[in-house]
Design a protein around this ligand. Structure first.
Ligand SMILES: [Zn+2]
Length: 279
């Protein structure tokens, strides 16, 4: 018979009925594991992986250091990736992809929503190792050539506090195989219905990717919430009014059941995005 265990969550102390010492040790071990597990996730060191089925597609999101890389899988088995995380995390992302059953050298392309280090930095690793084709916005050609972020405009005190770190972020320069300056069908690269188009604002070359009818990848056009499922203004936007106009235009033109896959946290429903960015 199992003992009754009461656990004081603030101290990890507990009272046990029978088999006290064994249970005490097990519970202590569990408390320690879950505590450090939580710390790892909160600190961004561990990778969180979530799967979102959307119509015939599955979107698998790998989140590390608060930044998402999304892999889209069609029912045919074809895959491609949207954003590639920080350069320093690319080998870990490679391992995460394999652990999730993906074959990195079969990715049809990596589409970079923009040239910031936390989205574009990892792409060169996959290009060099597997020959993965890189798709990026023409307007971010300069950022990719220099491997650095443009001038960031913080939208909150939290963002101001992290500004120096993010402004200083660097990655090894890279070239895209496909530069996007107008809406472009990606079916030739990724083998599924997908369209990429420029929505400049967060950076000059920011892109939005629509896969199928209703899986929409917006990069840092807006973000998800740290807790909960609301849409939020991104940490860095230089023209907040234009940003809200761009979000509204995109969201109102999208189907009712759309899901918005963002660069940080999320995904976000159409309803949540409209609620946050209503005039
Ligand atoms: Zn960004």
């Amino acid at each position: 018979m199992l003992p009754v265990v009461t656990l004081n969550v603030t101290t990890g102390h507990m009272k046990v009925g029978s088999h006290g010492s064994v249970v005490r040790l097990l519970v202590r071990a569990l408390v320690v594991v879950s505590f450090f597990g939580s710390l790892l996730v909160l600190s961004g060191c561990a990778t969180a992986r979530t799967e979102t089925p959307i119509g015939a597609l599955t979107v698998t999101t790998f989140r590390r250091d608060y930044t998402n890389a999304h892999v889209v899988r069609a029912s045919s088995g074809r895959t491609f990736m949207i954003d590639a995380g920080l350069e320093a995390n690319a080998p870990a992302l490679d391992a995460d992809l394999r652990a999730a059953g993906f074959v990195p050298n079969e990715l049809g392309a990596i589409v970079l929503t923009h040239g910031h280090a936390d989205h574009a930095g990892g792409a060169r690793y996959f290009h060099e190792r597997y020959g993965t084709k890189i798709v990026a916005g023409e307007g971010d050609r300069g950022l990719l050539a220099e491997g650095k972020n443009d001038t960031l405009c913080p939208t909150s005190d939290d963002a101001k506090a992290d500004l120096a770190k993010h402004q200083a972020a660097r990655y090894r320069p890279l070239e895209a195989d496909v530069w996007v300056s107008a809406p472009r069908d990606l079916v030739d690269l990724v083998g599924m219905p997908a369209v990429v188009r420029p929505v400049p604002g967060h950076t000059s070359g920011s892109l939005v990717v629509t896969v199928g009818d209703d899986a929409i990848f917006v990069g840092d056009l807006f973000r998800g919430a740290v807790l909960g499922s609301s849409a939020e203004l991104h940490y860095y936007q230089c023209d907040v009014a234009k940003n809200a106009t761009d979000v509204r235009a995109l969201v109102t033109a999208s189907p009712e059941r759309s899901r918005f896959f963002v660069g940080h946290f999320g995904p976000v429903t159409r309803e949540a995005a409209l609620a946050r960015f209503a005039p």
